[in-house]
Design a protein around this ligand. Structure first.
Ligand SMILES: [Zn+2]
Length: 628
């Protein structure tokens, strides 16, 4: 099977022909303004390997026309996201950009650095802190603000401070209300599936190149390293809260259920600086990301931007965010914020307008096109989000996945429906002949639907896989949204080369921060219900380091955790610490071994725990997506 990416077809060459944009050319000045230094090599590495390398993207040159395998609008965004370095944003404010998918901001306080959003991983954050200290003079990090509960905004915290410094009160960690709950919450129940799907969204399995990975829309690329976490020492619970952080006044605005379930904007009233977190960046964002997540609230999102304008608008002189470049000057910032506010409102209102007229999500996504007010601005164009799936997200939030047509209420699964469609088409060869004609006509969306039936009916059909790969590839080449491009091209790569070998997925990095209730919830979705019919039992847990009592109950093939007491009739009572429980839940330790090595004690029948712990599923790292 051919494995190399192919040329753009004539249809794709036409679609991707270089063109001039109405977009604001000042974006390139904004993205480069105030650059005072670059990382010496652009390669951030550890003894275990390269974590981030800006040189991989040297092919995305400024002033170069897009290759015919890249959408010209996305190429422009990829050029902007490739501008990296340490930038002076205002006197006393610096950002390191382009050394992770997100930005880290450094503000000089009276005694040290206030760090906003310490990137995704420790090595990148550490490299940026070293860059700042080397060029601006070494200062201690005295405070960290997490703008929201997504990993690329806290995962590198151990690169700028330590748990010991935080515990000793030398560094404050400030976060929006419910930060810890939401950080873990988004990853507990669906974490394994989301991780796999995120590979399609961000494209880490694709090499960098004009026929493969060029950007993530939100930033250049994600780093290769596990994230860390230090829990906040302070949470902001009210809009209007003002803190003085190392001599700097900061006013906070909570924005829950916007871009993240726990998020906040904030303003520096003595300077007119506004941090918009990830609520306003230089892209149309996702109302639901294609990796999967709970759907976001576009109405609230728009209203919180409106509130931000009311609270800080007259005084703002500078806005910066944790992705992309800043904007300067009151009028420019307000123009930008208003268009962002209006974008999220327009997507919400117009989707529901047509929904109330009876159109389903797919129909609305084909009906609505981005009006010229938004299409003329790069920052309201879909490089990370995309209009069709944002419309579907709004629909989903109010009306669910179901379009109301009972013909779609109880559909056959992909393999069965695939076999029947192949049969209806007159067999595989006949279907392929039709599909090839459609491919030659450039009808790639139709080819993808048609050939998908054959791939699911017979994944060993090499011609089907190749044609489907070629089709997804052209869709990827034409995509303006980087996440669409990454998904299409990763799909093409896996059709050609096969999915990477599946193995038991690694232990979740989030386990360490989970509450006991979250740990038991994550355990419950691993229960092989088909093996525990007729069983019911209770196990008591005394969590020694937290001084908590729990009962874990097996009832009608489900697990439930009850806090605050023990059951006298429980089969066994375990006394153990939270870290030991985590190892047992993670499968690296058994209760028997924990007791043998002194990490746990038990009162009762230790073997009884097998009724639960002997029937847990193992989630795999690379389940198939483009084939059955
Ligand atoms: Zn982010």
């Amino acid at each position: 099977m051919g494995t190399a990416p192919k040329d753009a077809t004539s249809h794709t060459r036409l679609a991707n022909a270089p063109r001039a944009f109405e977009f604001d050319e000042a974006d390139f000045e904004r993205a480069a303004r105030g650059r005072i230094a670059e990382h010496p090599t652009g390669v951030i590495e550890t003894p275990h390997g390269v974590v981030y390398d800006v040189n991989r993207y040297a092919f995305v040159e400024r002033n170069s026309d897009n290759p015919d395998t890249v959408n010209p609008s996305l190429w422009r965004q990829a050029q902007l996201n490739g501008i990296h370095g340490l930038f002076e944003v205002a006197p006393g404010v610096w950002q390191a950009r382009g050394y992770d998918i997100s930005n880290v901001t450094f503000i000089a306080g009276e005694t040290g650095w206030l760090v906003i959003d310490p990137l995704t991983v420790e090595p990148c954050a550490k490299a940026c802190l070293e860059l700042v200290n080397a060029h601006l003079g070494e200062r201690p990090v005295v405070a960290v603000i997490y703008t929201h509960s997504h990993t690329d905004h806290f995962g590198g915290v151990l690169g700028v401070t330590s748990q010991a410094d935080v515990d000793a009160g030398r560094c404050r960690i400030i976060a929006p209300e419910h930060f810890l709950r939401e950080t873990i919450g988004e990853n507990v129940i669906a974490g394994y599936a989301m991780t796999r799907r995120a590979a399609y969204q961000f494209g880490p399995l694709l090499p960098a190149g004009p026929r493969t990975h060029v950007d993530c829309g939100l930033g250049k690329a994600i780093p290769f390293w596990p994230p860390g976490l230090i829990a906040p020492t302070e949470e902001i619970t009210e809009t209007g809260t003002e803190l003085v952080i190392d001599g700097i006044r900061v006013q906070f605005q909570l924005t829950p259920e916007t871009e993240a379930p726990s998020e906040m904007n904030f303003f520096f009233p003595d300077h007119g600086w506004l941090c918009t977190a990830e609520n306003c960046t230089h892209t149309m964002h996702n109302l639901v990301p294609i990796r999967g997540a709970l759907v976001r609230d576009s109405l609230k999102w728009s209203k919180y931007i409106a509130e931000m304008i009311e609270l800080f608008g007259p005084r703002v002189e500078l806005m910066f965010a944790s992705h992309h470049w800043p904007r300067w000057g009151n009028e420019d910032v307000l123009t930008y914020l208003r268009l962002q506010r209006d974008l999220y409102r327009w997507m919400h209102d117009q989707t529901m307008r047509f929904a109330n007229q009876g159109l389903n999500a797919t129909e609305i996504a084909e009906t609505l096109t981005l009006p010229p007010e938004f299409a003329a601005a790069a920052h309201t164009t879909g490089y990370y989000g995309a209009l069709p799936h944002n419309i579907k997200a709004v629909f989903q939030r109010y009306l669910s996945w179901y379009d109301g047509n009972p013909s779609n209420l109880w559909k056959l699964p992909p393999v069965e429906v695939g076999r029947r469609y192949v049969d209806l088409a007159g067999g595989a060869d006949s279907l392929l002949a039709k599909a090839r004609a459609a491919f030659d006509a450039g009808e790639y969306r139709w080819v993808a639907e048609l050939v998908n039936h054959l791939v699911f009916a017979d994944p060993s059909n090499v011609e089907a896989r190749e044609l489907q790969a070629d089709t997804l590839e052209q869709l990827g080449y034409q995509s303006e949204s980087a996440t669409y491009r990454n998904a299409f091209l990763t799909g093409a790569q896996e059709l050609r080369n096969g999915t990477l070998p599946s193995r038991p997925a690694g232990r979740s990095g989030y386990l360490d921060a989970m509450t006991i209730d979250q740990i038991f919830d994550s355990l419950a979705v691993k229960l092989k219900a088909e093996e525990v019919g007729g069983l019911s039992m209770a196990i008591n847990f005394a969590i020694t380091d937290l001084d908590e009592q729990w009962i874990l109950i097996l009832s009608n093939r489900t697990l439930h955790a009850i806090a605050g007491r023990h059951d006298d009739a429980a089969a066994v009572t375990f006394q153990l610490s939270r870290p030991t429980l985590l190892r047992v839940v993670g499968g690296s330790l058994t209760f028997a071994d924990a007791i043998a090595n002194g990490e746990a004690t038990a009162d009762g029948d230790v073997g009884a725990a097998d009724a639960i712990f002997g029937h847990l599923d193992v989630f795999m790292s690379n389940f198939a997506l483009v084939e059955p």
